[in-house]
Design a protein around this ligand. Structure first.
Ligand SMILES: O=C(CO)[C@H](O)[C@H](O)COP(=O)(O)O
Length: 235
């Protein structure tokens, strides 16, 4: 019974930290900006707060990095646009699964890594929001998501595993998970990612690989919710 209670408390605590970091990030949004809208549960809180500011009169447009984010933005009244209207974004705000000391990231836990990378790369500044559990000394504690074409995914998985990992085809409710782009995700568990940049480059050379969840040298600032406080880390 007490174990059950502790577990519930932990969930609530990490959610609270995500909300604090997310709300802090919305302070960086100014009138007239085009914003890259990331994906995930931390971004949910950012969208909720941004929606409140839009209702108060803030004029912004967002480019969503997933269908789910587009749905939430709609729900909160945040106007959306696309790259046909804006090729350069003022700011992107996104979550992460792991963040190392150089602010390199693993992303794609929610399966939106390709669109997230396109949106984040088009932004002048990338702000990452997270709870403190996401900070790691080295990337690779959790599996690295890699989006691959469905055709021949088995052979792509074999080539990826030859780089020194165990690959698992992502499933959701026993069905193969399909990304917003109609592709598969391979979750690749390495012992330790010693050199994230060269791993990313090696993966990108493999036919069938669409994109990796390694986001190297893109982050300007990380906002971490830590218990009752906020920690900001600059690159
Ligand atoms: O990369 C992502 C989705 O593809 C998310 O940003 C990442 O998984 C973090 O999610 P959460 O905020 O729910 O912890």
């Amino acid at each position: 019974m007490s174990e059950q209670l502790d577990y519930t408390k932990l969930i609530e605590q990490s959610d609270y930290q995500k909300k604090m970091a997310a709300e802090k990030s919305v302070e960086l949004i100014e009138d007239g900006m085009i914003i890259g809208l990331g994906s995930g549960s931390t971004v949910y809180w950012m969208l909720k707060r941004l929606g409140e500011r839009v209702k108060e009169g803030l004029v912004v447009k967002g480019i969503p990095s997933s269908k789910r984010t587009a749905g939430w933005a709609d729900e909160f009244g945040i106007p959306l646009t696309g790259f046909h209207e804006a090729m350069q974004l003022d700011l992107a705000i996104d979550g992460a699964d792991e963040i190392d000391g150089d602010l390199n990231l693993i992303k794609g836990g929610g399966g939106s890594l390709v669109r997230e990378k396109i949106v984040n790369a088009a932004a002048n500044r990338l702000i990452i929001i997270a709870d403190k559990s996401k900070m790691v000394s080295h990337l690779g504690e959790s599996a690295l998501p890699v989006e691959v074409l469905p055709f021949g995914w088995e052979i792509t998985a074999k080539h990826i595993s030859q780089l020194g990992c165990v690959t698992t085809l992502r499933k959701k409710k026993k069905e193969v998970f399909i990304s917003d782009n109609g592709n598969y995700i391979l979750d690749c568990q390495f012992d330790h990612i010693a050199d994230p940049k060269s791993l990313h480059e090696s993966l990108k050379l493999l036919v069938g690989v669409v994109e990796t969840g390694l986001f190297i040298g893109m982050t300007e600032q990380v906002i971490i919710g830590e218990n009752e406080t906020i920690k900001i880390i600059y690159s």
